[in-house]
Design a protein around this ligand. Structure first.
Ligand code: FAD
Ligand code: NAG
Ligand code: NAG
Ligand code: NAG
Length: 539
């Protein structure tokens, strides 16, 4: 059968993970610190205020609560309100939800026209992601401009891992993906390791062996819950400053509860405010608070607190180009468990299941017509960086409810196109391996080929221009977007907002490149690392 493309429109996503009986419960101890913002005082004081209870915010807040009172303000709900975030079966379901204002996965489309999503729940995007856990490449740390204490980095990673990370048992498609990577030359086989190493490896997962998700929210349990207050349904609109000092000092925040009531939270003497609202939320809140490009803020009549041209700049998203194979037999769904790592690109795999509408049945599906759903196996490319970047700007100057606009400018830098082409050529080689041959179909004349869902690679993979065109036309998001409050541009090497006092940004908005193959390990490490450093520096 000739390779055929199918329209996704004909297909309705169905999750087909094995039914999992969870033998152990999640640890919900942190719930005793969680309050609906409607029930929080209209004005109160804390030592630290963390804006955004996400991937970086949770480990940071837990760490600060060991010694001081901490308020975390999170716009989303607690995970118990959204059971889909608590297990692997929910992964695809979360991404398929219609926007209703309270989903844990908030959809957005960048100005590039590419669909994307971010977390809106306590635990942040770590509660809706694919669970793959891999530490940063050493270059990420050494080139960041921060003088990392590598021993503390190691300990901070371990602090996260002992609570959240398991070694996955490989799903069928993941083992074939691993074999195909090795057979096409992405060696050596590094077995199971959390470290970034050239070759092919199995990495950790925040899904445990029965499919339970252990997101950043569980790190709250490691803090002193007596000192920790978490407000959910608390949308921070802006930071307030005192201008008594020569440079502005952050003294509190204004946030809105679900009834639209405005609250004020203030920090005590020597306290600080830490923005951990992620790459869309953190630059948005700085702009709303009057820290950003002065002519831009003036044009929106936002009073300028500190002129900072780089807020909302260097917004980058790692492109993902997927090759999807329809598999001729039933197949386990799987989140990412393996990765092939080269200097130029990374390759990861997922599998899932689709139900197809019987009418009209595409003729290419006739061999499958007896079954009501299809197994799909994907191979995705990613590359370091990217070097292309864009800008974030506000949709509304009053309040954080309105999601900002963002443009990532995929592939404007030719080096990104070059790496994408190299990655796709490797995927082309993987499709020629013996390991993947069993996933081909045979037509009536006995010739064999894959059945593709969506685009297949260009027929002539040595032709640069058709490969480059394919990179651009098939681009989707790897969801590893970052930037907007970049280190060395907006924050200094202590993650303090330059030109201000008592204000830091600690999350992936400070990154100018994605750490390693996947960022969450390093984002959680960062929360713990900076939290401990703040405790030490204050003593
Ligand atoms: C579908 C998907 C799959 C992914 N898969 C993986 C993977 O397998 N492995 C991996 O390593 N990475 C993965 N990632 C990426 C990774 O999850 C993110 O990079 C990371 O979680 C971002 O962390 P953060 O702390 O910077 O932001 P977030 O975790 O997004 O935290 C920001 C928090 O701030 C809150 N917030 C924002 N604005 C406000 C406001 N105004 N007031 C109050 N609260 C606010 C948000 O609700 C959110 O909880 C994936 C991402 C997605 C979307
Ligand atoms: C897993 O998530 C699904 C939603 O996709 C939910 O219906 C199911 O109850 C959850 N299972 C467990 C054991 O929590
Ligand atoms: C937690 O904080 C409370 C209140 O500050 C304090 O009394 C208690 O000793 C702390 N617990 C631990 C284990 O440090
Ligand atoms: C493939 O593309 C290369 C480079 O453009 C070209 O030289 C070659 O002739 C093409 N091969 C085929 C079979 O078209």
């Amino acid at each position: 059968m000739a390779a055929a493309s199918l329209s996704l429109l004909l297909l309705i996503l169905l999750t087909n993970f094995r039914d999992q009986v969870l033998s152990l419960e999640h640890d919900f101890s942190y719930m005793k610190s969680v309050h609906n913002a409607n029930d929080l005082p209209l004005e109160a004081q804390y030592d630290y205020i963390v804006i955004g209870g996400g991937t970086a915010g949770c480990p940071l807040a837990a760490t600060l609560s060991e010694k001081y009172s901490v308020l975390v303000l999170e716009r989303g709900s607690a995970p118990v309100s959204h059971p889909t975030v608590l297990n692997v079966t929910g992964f695809f379901a979360n991404l398929m939800q219609q926007e209703n204002g309270d989903n844990p996965a908030q959809m957005f489309t960048s100005e590039d026209g590419v669909d994307n999503v971010r977390g809106r729940v306590l635990g942040g995007t770590s509660m809706i992601n694919a669970g793959f856990y891999s530490r940063a490449n050493t270059k990420f740390l050494s080139e960041s401009g921060v003088k990392w204490d590598l021993d503390s980095v190691e300990k901070a990673y371990e602090w996260v891992e002992e609570t959240l990370v398991s070694r996955p048992s490989l799903a069928i498609w993941q083992s074939f993906g691993k074999e195909a990577l090795l057979e096409s030359g992405v060696g050596p086989d590094n077995g199971y390791t959390l470290n970034h190493k050239l070759g092919t490896k199995i990495s950790g997962s925040t899904f445990d062996d029965v499919g339970r998700r252990h997101g950043a929210v569980e790190l709250l349990n490691k803090g002193n819950l007596t000192n920790l207050q978490v407000g959910v349904h608390a949308t921070v609109d802006r930071i307030i400053f005192s201008t008594k000092t020569s440079s502005p000092s952050a003294i509190g925040v204004i946030y809105t509860d679900s009834k639209g009531k405005s609250h004020k939270a203030l920090v005590r003497d020597k306290g600080e405010i830490i923005l951990s609202a992620g790459p869309i939320g953190s630059p948005q809140i700085l702009l709303l608070s009057g820290i950003g490009p002065s002519s831009y803020l003036s044009s929106l009549y936002i009073p300028i607190v500190h002129s900072q041209p780089n807020v909302g700049k260097f917004m980058a998203d790692n492109p993902r180009n997927n090759i999807n194979l329809i598999i001729p037999f039933p197949f386990d769904a799987s989140p990412v468990q393996i990765v092939g790592i080269t200097n130029d690109y990374y390759i990861e795999t997922v599998s899932y299941s689709l139900a197809f509408a019987p009418n009209p049945t595409p003729s290419t599906l006739l061999p499958l017509a007896s079954s009501s759903h299809l197994s799909v196996a994907s191979i995705s490319d990613k590359f370091p960086g990217p070097l292309s970047h864009g800008t974030l700007w506000l949709a509304s100057p009053s309040g954080a409810k309105a999601a900002p606009h963002v443009r990532f400018n995929y592939f404007v830098n030719p080096a990104d196109v070059f790496r994408c082409v190299r990655a796709l050529r490797k995927i082309g080689q993987m499709l020629e391996t013996k390991s993947l041959d069993r996933f081909k179909y045979e037509d009536f004349k006995g010739s064999r080929g894959f059945l593709f869902l969506g685009p297949s690679l260009p027929a002539n993979q040595s032709d640069d221009s058709s490969m480059e065109a394919f990179c651009r036309s098939s681009v989707t998001s790897f969801w590893h977007y970052h930037g907007g409050c970049v280190l060395g541009k907006v924050v200094d090497d202590d993650f303090r907002v330059m030109g201000t006092n008592s204000l830091r940004v600690v999350d992936s908005s400070t990154f100018s490149k994605c750490p390693g193959t996947n960022p969450q390990a390093t984002i959680m490490m960062l929360g713990r690392y900076i939290g401990l450093k703040m405790l030490r520096d204050r003593r």
